[in-house]
Design a protein around this ligand. Structure first.
Ligand SMILES: NC(=O)N[C@@H](CC(=O)O)C(=O)O
Ligand SMILES: [Zn+2]
Ligand SMILES: [Zn+2]
Length: 347
C-alpha cells in the first residue's frame, strides 16, 4: 500500500560537509534540504568572515545544478575571537550563527574555547545583535564520566552562561539526554535544541553490545534507552523548541575503523526516510513537518521554505548505498537497523 506525505522542504540545522574530496562526495547527499547550518570545524577551523565566505563558495561549487541547499555559515568561536569581526560577518550576511566547542570536546575542537568567561564580550555583542550561539554541550573534564558530560555541562556551564548573558539566543546542539530535553523545554524563547536522526534510533547498546560497532560512535555518545525515549517524545511532540539538526558527520572508514576511531555518524543519504519511519512508528506523522521544516526556521527567524517535498511509503524498500566513495576512500552510511520504506522525492 502506498501512502504519501507532502511537506514544506526540510532544513538541516546542524551539518558537517567537510572540504576537498569529502565535500565533493557528501554535499550532493544533502542537496535536497533547504537551509543547512554548516559546521565550521574544518582543519584549520573557519574563524573569520572571509574564511566562511570562501567555504560557502566551495560548498556551492560542490552542489549539483538545481540543488536546493542554501548553506548557512557559522564561525568557530575561539578564545581570541573579536566581537567586532563576528558582528561584521553577521551584518554582511556571511554567517547565520557562531559555534561554541569547549576545547577538546569533540572532532576538531582543539582550538575551541577554554573558558566561556573569556568570550563574554563576544557573547554580549551577539546577544545585542541577535546572533545565535550554537553549542556543543559537553564538559571536557576527564573526571566526569562521558555519559554525564552533557548533564554536567548544562548545570555548570550553560545555565550560568545564560544567566550572565541574558537575551543570548542559544541552540543546544544534538541533545542526547532527558536532562537536555527538560532544560531546553523550560528555557523560553531564546533557547532551542537540535536533535539528530541517529539519536532517535540508537541507544548505547548499539555501540557496545555484542561487539564494538564504531559506525554508531558519535559525540555526544548515545545514552541509555530512557534518554532515547525522551528524545523521541521531544522530537515527535511538535513543540517549537525542538528541531532537526542531523549532525551528519562523515569520516572515512579508515578513520573510523582503527584503535582510536573518530566520532560521527553519516546520516545524510537516508535521514528523511529514517525520520518518516520514526514518526510513523510513534503515531506522529502529522508532526514531522514541524520538526523538520517549521520549528528551526522559526527559531532562526526565517520564513519556512515555500517549496515542497513528497515522501511516499512503498512496499519496496528505499535502495540507499551502504557506503559512498570520497576520493580513494569509503564512508559508511548510518544503518538504522530496520528497512526504510519512505521514498523522498521533490514535489
Ligand atoms: N558529532 C560527532 O560525533 N562528530 C562531529 C563533531 C560534533 O558535532 O561534535 C564531527 O565533526 O565529526
Ligand atoms: Zn558537536
Ligand atoms: Zn556536529
Amino acid at each position: 500500500m502506498t501512502q504519501t506525505l507532502t511537506l514544506r522542504r526540510p532544513d538541516d540545522w546542524h551539518l558537517h560537509l567537510r572540504d576537498g574530496a569529502m565535500l565533493a562526495a557528501v554535499a550532493p547527499q544533502s542537496a535536497g534540504f533547504g537551509r543547512a547550518i554548516i559546521m565550521p570545524n574544518l582543519v584549520p577551523p573557519v574563524t573569520t568572515g572571509a574564511q566562511a565566505a570562501a567555504y560557502r563558495d566551495r560548498i556551492r561549487a560542490a552542489l549539483p545544478p538545481g540543488a536546493a541547499l542554501d548553506p548557512q555559515m557559522t564561525l568557530y568561536l575561539t578564545d581570541t575571537t573579536e566581537a567586532a569581526d563576528v558582528i561584521a560577518a553577521f551584518d554582511a550576511g556571511i554567517i547565520r550563527a557562531v559555534k561554541l566547542y569547549p576545547a577538546g570536546a569533540t572532532t576538531n575542537s582543539a582550538s575551541g574555547v577554554t573558558d566561556v568567561d573569556r568570550v563574554r564580550p563576544v557573547l554580549e555583542a551577539m546577544a545585542h545583535a541577535g546572533v545565535t550561539l550554537c553549542v556543543h554541550g559537553e564538559v571536557t573534564d576527564p573526571a566526569i564520566d562521558i555519559f554525564d558530560r552533557e548533564a554536567v555541562f548544562i548545570d555548570t556551564v550553560l545555565d550560568p552562561l545564560r544567566r550572565k548573558v541574558p537575551g543570548l539566543r542559544v541552540v543546544m546542539e544534538h541533545i542526547t539526554t532527558a536532562e537536555g530535553v527538560a532544560y531546553a523545554r523550560a528555557g523560553g524563547e531564546d533557547l532551542a535544541a537540535t536533535i539528530t536522526t541517529h539519536h532517535l534510533v540508537i541507544n548505547r547498546n548499539a555501540i557496545l553490545a555484542g561487539g564494538i560497532r564504531p559506525h554508531y560512535y558519535c559525540l555526544p555518545v548515545a545514552k541509555r534507552e530512557s534518554h532515547r525515549l525522551a528524545l523521541r517524545a521531544a522530537a515527535t511532540s511538535g513543540e517549537a523548541t525542538f528541531f532537526l539538526g542531523t549532525d551528519s558527520a562523515p569520516h572515512t572508514d579508515a578513520a573510523k575503523l582503527q584503535p582510536c576511531g573518530c566520532a560521527g555518524c553519516f546520516t545524510a543519504p537516508n535521514t528523511l526516510s529514517i525520520l518518516a519511519q520514526v514518526f510513523q512508528d510513534d503515531g506522529a506523522l502529522d508532526r514531522l513537518e514541524a520538526f523538520i521544516s517549521l520549528n528551526g526556521a522559526a527559531f532562526y527567524r526565517l520564513p519556512p521554505n515555500e517549496d515542497r517535498v513528497t515522501l511516499t511509503r512503498r512496499d519496496t524498500p528505499v535502495a540507499y548505498p551502504t557506503q559512498i566513495t570520497a576520493g580513494d576512500e569509503t564512508v559508511t552510511v548510518f544503518d538504522p537497523g530496520f528497512p526504510l520504506h519512505w521514498h523522498p522525492e521533490d514535489a
